[in-house]
Design a protein around this ligand. Structure first.
Ligand SMILES: [Zn+2]
Length: 472
């Protein structure tokens, strides 16, 4: 055999071997798993179903019953010992690749980071979500389906992911993180690092929005996100600004609806929320500055969701070195939001709009990020009560994920314990309807964060029928 033949033979052998290894990463699921002696919170009803049985077959829930369920002889049996069995939690607003940047320059700091750093941090954040009971996250800026692909194949460990791809912003909008040189100087018209990495994209005019949105869909996005109004953390756009023309907003709705999915918008105040809803957007990220009842009513009428970052309403945010600094413009923006809390909460409850649960933590250290995440849950429950918080964390967020329609990467039900739903299940010590802290909720944003990624009172986490944590 000459050298080229040998190379070819080995090349083919190596390819076969690598394909084989890749496919083997996915764990073999037990045919059945039977949970007994559990109290079920099903994600919907305001009660625990005591002493229930839940049967999982492969990656789906097959039966839920107060009577013993006949399982296969080989079924794995999990004795819950009276613990609460509930759906895996869903966080509907995360930024995996912006969460742990641990960089005093905030998002601008990305300019000095490589993909290697950002990717490593993002993967750690993804794992932490899963081990703390979050079996699904929805990323609202910058994650394409690279990491998800490897989680789905079993090579990496993490939650299910719904992805928006690069968030789309107008020039000078909430997604414009270019340097001054890139905006005004010799580097004018060059893209910034945040854009170069595909975390945000700038688009002006309906055609560019169509293109940007379609690029995201081509990169594996399940839905798209656009900046429709001013932001708190960004410096080029005043908080009161309206972003995106009606044509641009409608262009995104066209591109997403042709894929049978939806558009989400970053929008705080009435004007930007109203315009987005009228264009056909279905998910309002933030909405914390909505003051008019008519805006809430429009959300209700359209069947859209608002996903507020509840920590933004808390005066505890003023202890933050930047958000609370009277010399920085951030403080003024934060104060507007804090001052609107009572009115906002009253209208949200009165109009009974769809509220999703999302934490939106960005550019914190790893431990601070966890502390703020835990606080979001406490703040949410103080506003809406434990039951509504639990619904938002499970079935309501499950309905929000399902808005991705035929583009839904996980088409069975999420966020509920019922026949046919995905087997995304956590076991909890205690009753979260009575005490939300058993899910990790904290009431102090700056409390000493947990040293562990896990929550002590969540000893068991199953995603897609596979057990990722079992301390029973
Ligand atoms: Zn966000």
């Amino acid at each position: 055999m000459n050298l080229s033949v040998i190379t070819r033979v080995f090349g083919v052998a190596a390819m076969v071997l690598s394909v084989f290894t890749y496919a083997q990463d996915k764990a073999e699921l037990p045919e059945q798993t039977l949970f007994k002696n559990v109290n079920v919170f099903n994600g919907v009803d305001k009660q625990l179903y005591k002493n229930y049985f839940v049967l999982v077959e492969k990656n789906r829930i097959k039966a839920v019953s107060p009577e013993p369920i006949a399982a296969n002889a080989k079924a794995v049996v999990v004795d819950g010992s009276g613990r609460t069995l509930m759906p895996g939690l869903i966080d509907a607003h995360v930024h995996l690749n912006l969460q742990y940047l641990n960089n005093p320059a905030a998002i601008d700091g990305v300019s000095n980071m490589t993909w290697e750093e950002i990717g490593a941090m993002a993967y750690d954040a993804a794992q932490e979500f899963l081990y703390s009971g979050f079996t699904t996250v929805r990323d609202l800026c910058g994650m394409h389906d690279g990491m998800r692909k490897h989680i789905e194949s079993g090579t990496l460990i993490g939650p299910r992911m719904y992805l928006a791809g690069a968030c789309i912003s107008q020039t000078s909008g909430h997604g414009d993180w270019r340097t001054n040189a890139q905006v005004l100087g010799d580097d004018g018209n060059k893209v910034g690092q945040v854009q170069a990495l595909g975390i945000t994209t700038l688009a002006d005019g309906a055609d560019e929005v169509l293109k940007a949105c379609r690029n995201n869909l081509a990169g594996g996005a399940d839905f798209c996100k656009m900046m429709a109004g001013g932001g708190v953390t960004s410096m080029r756009d005043p908080l009161h600004s309206i972003q995106g023309t009606m044509d641009e907003l409608k262009a995104m709705v066209t591109a997403t609806s042709q894929w049978d999915t939806v558009g989400a918008v970053h929008a705080y105040h009435d004007d930007s929320v109203e315009r987005a809803l009228k264009a056909g957007m279905m998910s309002i990220e933030h909405g914390n500055l909505m003051v008019k009842k008519s805006t809430f009513k429009l959300v209700k009428k359209k069947g859209a969701f608002v996903v507020p970052a509840m920590a933004g309403f808390s005066e505890q945010l003023l202890k933050h070195p930047q958000y609370g600094n009277p010399d920085l413009p951030l403080r003024g923006k934060v104060m507007q939001i804090i001052e609107n809390y009572d009115n906002w909460l009253k209208l949200a409850n009165e109009t009974n709009i769809n509220i999703g649960y999302g934490t939106d933590v960005v550019v914190s250290s790893k431990l601070a990020s966890r502390g703020i995440r835990d606080f979001q849950m406490g703040q949410f429950s103080e506003g809406f009560g434990n039951y509504k918080t639990l619904v938002a964390l499970t079935s309501a967020n499950g309905r929000l994920m399902a808005l991705t329609g035929k583009n839904n990467p996980y088409p069975a039900k999420l966020g509920v314990i019922e026949q046919g739903a995905y087997a995304d299940i956590i076991l909890v010590d205690g009753n979260p309807l009575e005490d939300i802290s058993v899910l990790g909720a904290s009431f102090d944003m700056w409390a000493a964060p947990r040293a562990s990624r896990e929550i002590k009172s969540i000893p068991f986490v199953m995603k897609d029928g596979q057990v990722f944590l079992n301390k029973l």
